[in-house]
Ligand binder design. Structure first.
Ligand SMILES: Cc1cc2nc3c(=O)[nH]c(=O)nc-3n(C[C@H](O)[C@H](O)[C@H](O)COP(=O)(O)OP(=O)(O)OC[C@H]3O[C@@H](n4cnc5c(N)ncnc54)[C@H](O)[C@@H]3O)c2cc1C
Length: 471
């Protein structure tokens, strides 16, 4: 097999293979959705809330969207029941659901001010990342890194230590240098490294448990352009050369297809002014064709993996797909196929062994999964509840289509993450509770003490947070 595969040709090959599966009698049915959301739309009842991946839902007594900081303060002062802040609903875990008041900060949106000397911007907490990129660009600024989508709010993304990839870049929480919070008692508090430092360290990745953020001060860099090259390559060659890949690319990641030796490798580096701006359109639904290919070929007894790997390997020509332009455009992608995700961050140096064991397990246990596994690097930080606290991390994510049952698959893989000392992403699926999580975070007790001080009655806790924090 040639080392490089072209994305377009691979998908063509997968499409042909997938078409075989459309012949009567050839294709296996998907499992179908297995989780009931437990809430329906009922006339006269408050509207239910459902997250992006449709695995979390609730029927809050009230859904509130304050348009000013003053009305947010009033809301927290004049009500007494339980309350949960919500961003764009892009967490897979149950951080948001409540039967009390659900507070969205969508109307608190936009850039408040920028400071070129300090390279910082103060932004309203409900600002979506896709609004923030162009708004900062207009001020000559940018975020140094972004996650692979830009639908999240800045408050929601920082509340879970959301990250992109790049060995010299931390998560979005590590870029926060100040925050204005309305506490559960209705006090408006500004915190930073100098002012209320314990509250600040806790709130940088605060799980929405310490109050409702109204503003965030975030570190920026001068605006810059990037060029992204993505190509299909042999994953085992990449793993052998991983130290060079990490060192030689500003952003490096790969998405490996289970049951094959093929990965989509993405290298993204700074572009200079002479780099032409190219935005090759992506097909965010291509993964359905891969599923068709697997269901028609990969499930054939004994030789299935070989046939599937072979089908995906057809039409290799080594051409990389290129995208270039403003950093906020190049770093983020469309995700329209609904899925469920579990992600753990393991120490960077054990990342290759961990992903290898995951791939071997999928193969040896013949787990019927096609969704690619994402592999990224993130720099260590000093944020108390960050998955990267004092540890350069390798974040590995496993996914399953939302119309299939992810549970058996995730249950096979999760113990592998534990074996390598992994910390779960707060916004993604995992089964750990406070007894295990407390051992992974040196500042666990400090976080609990700050939480107890700002919210002694626990009005910001829902069932999931109680399990996580042991409250
Ligand atoms: C398709 C997809 C792709 C993703 N890609 C990545 C990725 O590349 N990297 C990564 O690390 N993660 C990724 N995630 C996970 C996602 O970034 C996190 O779950 C993030 O927290 C979601 O932000 P949100 O705005 O949707 O917040 P929500 O999910 O609505 O809420 C998340 C948390 O933030 C809190 N919160 C929201 N607003 C406030 C506020 N104003 N004040 C205080 N707390 C608040 C909530 O209470 C909750 O605890 C992805 C998720 C999806 C669905």
């Amino acid at each position: 097999m040639k080392n490089d595969l072209n994305r377009r040709d691979l998908l063509k090959a997968a499409f042909v293979a997938g078409s075989i599966g459309l012949l009567p009698g050839c294709r296996q049915e998907t499992t179908g959705p297995t989780q009931s959301l437990g809430v329906d739309y009922v006339e006269g009842e408050p509207l239910p809330w459902i997250n992006w991946s449709s695995n979390q839902a609730c029927r809050p007594a009230e859904r509130l969207a304050p348009a000013t900081e003053e009305s947010l303060v009033e809301l927290l002062t004049q009500t007494s029941g339980s309350i949960r802040p919500v961003g764009s609903g892009h967490s897979f875990s149950a951080l948001v659901p409540t039967d009390g008041s659900l507070v969205a900060t969508d109307l608190l949106s936009g850039v408040i001010s920028t400071d070129d000397e300090r390279q910082q911007a103060e932004v309203w907490s409900g600002t979506r990342l896709h609004q923030l990129g162009p708004a900062l660009e207009a001020h000559g600024q940018a975020l140094t890194n972004l996650p692979d989508i830009d639908y999240q709010t800045i408050a929601g993304a920082t509340a879970t230590s959301t990250h992109g990839t790049g060995v010299s870049m931390g998560s979005l929480s590590s870029l926060v240098s100040g925050m204005t919070l309305v506490t559960p008692k209705g006090e408006l508090v500004q915190c930073s490294r100098e002012n209320e430092p314990d509250l600040f360290r806790a709130a940088q990745c605060g799980l929405g448990a310490l109050g409702v953020a109204s503003r965030v001060v975030i570190d920026t860099v001068p605006k810059f352009d990037l060029v992204e090259h993505s190509s299909f390559e042999n994953v085992f060659d990449i793993l052998e050369d991983i130290e060079a890949e990490k060192a030689n690319n500003r952003h490096f990641e790969f998405l490996v297809f289970p049951h094959t030796s093929i990965a989509l490798v993405i290298r993204t580096n700074e572009a200079d002014e002479s780099t032409p701006r190219v935005l090759t359109p992506e097909d965010p639904t291509a993964v359905y064709q891969i599923r068709d290919a697997y269901q028609s070929l990969g499930t054939v007894p004994v030789v299935g993996d070989y046939l599937y790997d072979f089908a995906l390997s057809q039409g290799l020509d080594g051409e990389a797909q290129v995208r270039s332009g403003a950093s906020h455009v190049v770093l983020t992608h469309d995700r329209v196929v609904r899925f469920r995700e579990m992600e753990y961050t393991v120490p960077a140096e054990v990342g290759p062994d961990c992903v290898q064991e995951i791939l071997d397990t999928i193969k040896s246990k013949n787990i019927p999964v096609v969704f690619p596994i994402e592999y990224r690097y993130v720099q260590a930080d000093d944020v108390w509840m960050s998955m990267f606290y004092e540890q350069d991390g390798c974040s590995i994510s496993v996914h399953q289509f939302a119309d299939e049952d992810h549970r058996a698959y995730f249950a096979e893989i999760e113990p592998i993450f534990w074996k390598y000392g992994g910390r779960p992403h707060w916004g993604k699926l995992h089964t750990l509770d406070h007894s295990e999580l407390s051992k992974l975070y040196p500042h666990w007790k400090d976080f609990l003490a700050v939480r107890e001080a700002v919210d002694p009655t626990g009005r910001m806790l829902n069932t999931h947070l109680k399990q996580l924090l042991g409250v």
